[in-house]
Write a protein that binds this ligand. Structure first.
Ligand code: 9MR
Ligand code: ZN
Length: 555
């Protein structure tokens, strides 16, 4: 990315000078509570705001953590269950930042990661009454032109900006929606009481379902009359770092892809089940749209991938095949309609391909189809059902073993520290939670919590990767409005990409020395899009994780 994109002085990189890492937003009273210390010590104290010792114990020496190269000590204060604000101090006088122990400690981060989607809305004014100081006029509402046939103009306004850029991509949107709708499917109560202060907040529908409907309505506009679905709606090039309303470049819709069409069919069928409870008509509309795209898939059995055409440099989201996307579509339509035709397609697809059943998108979507089959299929094939259930549990066991090997409790292997590594953390948390739901033995809940702890400060960088959540949280993500608005505090609730052992942008290549351990390849720097961008599908697993924790540990 070209430096001239930035209109403001680059922020000074802040160093986290503490050795004691905690979940900076806090811990529920009755859950496992771990802090990680990276310097030698023997005792630790949990002190309240007056400095009084509320708990003390010995640390345990973990040893060298491979992916950070830190010599790590673990402080377990699970037994401390009283509410309050605390910090940890070691016998060597090292201190953590402050954190809470309470039943409501994750309410703010949950609400913030949900409201983040509202802040990413495109094609509408963000009014001050909902967006506060982050309000801005309507953006990207002019007609789009079809890239390959410039005579065709259409309205594709709406939906969420994908990420730090202002593009809107169908497969990415479908993936983020799936995570959120799955969260609602398993933990509806977490959403029913939620007040996000969005324009639809006075509706009878939960706010987060209204928010998702905003994206779904956009997706519906991306469907052509023959059922094919345009791959993306973007300008030809990424905009400079300006506010969305100032990005006036021509909007285009790009060619139909079979991945976009299949993901569209899948998400509309899934949403049709979820919205039936609140709006029958809308539910039916979604199902009709889904079936139409499925028919298009039947008529177009060959893979139609996507590559950026010459003259366009926005996100690509290309894939090498569409088997997993078609599998997901068949599974969702079977779950929604009970029609054996889709079941047969799904079974055939399973026989012909070996999918990773726990892959929760983006990229590979087979786990999204498996999730729905596990929780929503009315007359499932028992063998398939059992194999799906087993695969999630086996995956959770494998990831738990990885977490045990990591001093910071992250369920990651070295190669997982890649572009958007925090999505890997979030998806592993989802797998732990899904496996627990399947087994009902509570084997993986501590592991799921540990992934949230990681995201919120228990990691070798010391950052809470969720903006405005934690005393030392990321504040300079690669996110156009957050930079162009001139406001020092970043828009809250944005989950940053996280450590990437292969820094891929010029700024990150300059900032991260080649010998840096994988978990430390991070900089809270607006230029570093391969370390510090945000996207809707990095936020959505965290929505799922927070909804689970809120429900699980409520009193
Ligand atoms: O999330 C994507 C990441 O896995 C890829 O490595 C990267 C490079 O191709 O692209 C990421 O997706 C970006 C998308 O193409 C455009 N919007 C921003 C996304 C996040 O960086
Ligand atoms: Zn916009």
């Amino acid at each position: 990315m070209d430096k001239t994109y930035f209109t403001r002085k680059m922020p000074q990189l802040r160093a986290f000078d503490k050795d004691v890492f905690v979940n900076q937003t806090g811990y529920h009273k009755n859950r496992r509570k771990i802090a990680v210390i990276k310097s030698e010590c023997t005792q630790f104290y949990v002190k309240d705001e007056c400095g009084d010792i509320k708990y003390k114990s010995e640390v345990s020496h973990f040893g060298i953590d491979t992916d950070s190269q830190d010599d790590v000590y673990i402080a377990d204060f699970s037994l401390l269950c009283c509410e309050g604000t605390f910090y940890i101090e070691t016998d060597t006088k090292k201190r953590s930042v402050k954190f809470e122990i309470s039943d409501s400690c994750c309410d703010k981060v949950f609400d913030d990661v949900c409201k983040a989607f509202y802040f990413l809305r495109c094609g509408t004014e963000l009014k001050a009454e909902h967006a506060g100081k982050y309000s801005h006029p309507v953006c990207h509402c002019a007609s789009a032109v079809e890239w390959s046939d410039r005579d065709i103009m259409l309205d594709v306004s709406g939906g969420w900006h994908d990420a730090g850029d202002y593009g809107r991509y169908v497969t990415a949107g479908a993936c983020a929606l799936a995570h959120i709708l799955f969260a609602y499917r398993l933990f509806p109560e977490a959403f029913k009481s939620q007040k996000l202060n969005i324009p639809e907040s006075n509706n009878s529908m939960p706010d987060m379902l209204c928010e998702c409907r905003y994206e779904l309505d956009w997706l519906l506009k991306m469907q052509k009359s023959d059922g094919g679905v345009y791959h993306k709606a973007t300008t030809s090039h990424h905009a400079p770092f300006i506010m969305p309303q100032d990005d006036l470049g021509q909007m285009y819709v790009f060619d139909v892809s079979s991945m976009a069409t299949a993901d569209f069919a899948a998400i509309c069928a899934l949403a049709s089940r979820i919205y039936a409870e609140y709006d029958k008509k809308y539910s039916q509309k979604l199902l009709r749209a889904s079936v139409k795209s499925y028919q298009w898939l039947e008529q177009n059995p060959d893979f139609i991938g996507f590559e950026n055409p010459k003259g366009c440099n926005t996100g690509c989201y290309g894939e090498r095949d569409d088997f997993d996307n078609r599998f997901w579509a068949a599974s969702e339509l079977f779950c929604t309609t009970g029609d054996e035709k889709y079941h047969t397609d799904m079974k055939n697809s399973l026989q012909q391909h070996s999918f990773p059943v726990f892959a929760l998108g983006y990229g590979c979507t087979s786990g999204l189809g498996a999730f729905s089959y596990i929780f929503d299929a009315k007359n499932p094939d028992i063998d398939i059902l059992q194999s799906f259930r087993k695969e999630f549990v086996v995956a959770a066991e494998r990831f738990a073993a990885l977490a045990d090997k990591c001093g910071y409790g992250a369920a990651m292997e070295t190669r997982d520290w890649c572009w958007g590594s925090n999505m890997n953390i979030g998806k592993r948390a989802m797998i732990f939670i899904i496996a627990d739901k399947i087994e009902n033995k509570n084997r993986f809940s501590d592991y799921a919590c540990a992934q949230l702890d990681f995201l919120l400060g228990v990691n070798a960088t010391g950052y809470s990767f969720v903006t405005q959540n934690g005393e030392f949280s990321s504040n300079y993500p690669h996110l156009r409005p957050a930079h162009a608005d001139g406001i020092d505090e970043c828009i809250p609730g944005m989950v940053c990409g996280g450590p990437n052992r292969f820094p891929a942008d010029p700024d990150a290549k300059l900032l991260i020395r080649p010998s840096t351990p994988p978990m430390k390849c991070y900089a809270d720097d607006v230029g570093c899009y391969s370390l510090n961008e945000i996207t809707i599908y990095w936020n959505s697993p965290v929505v799922f994780l927070c909804a689970y924790i809120k429900e699980k540990y409520k009193n």
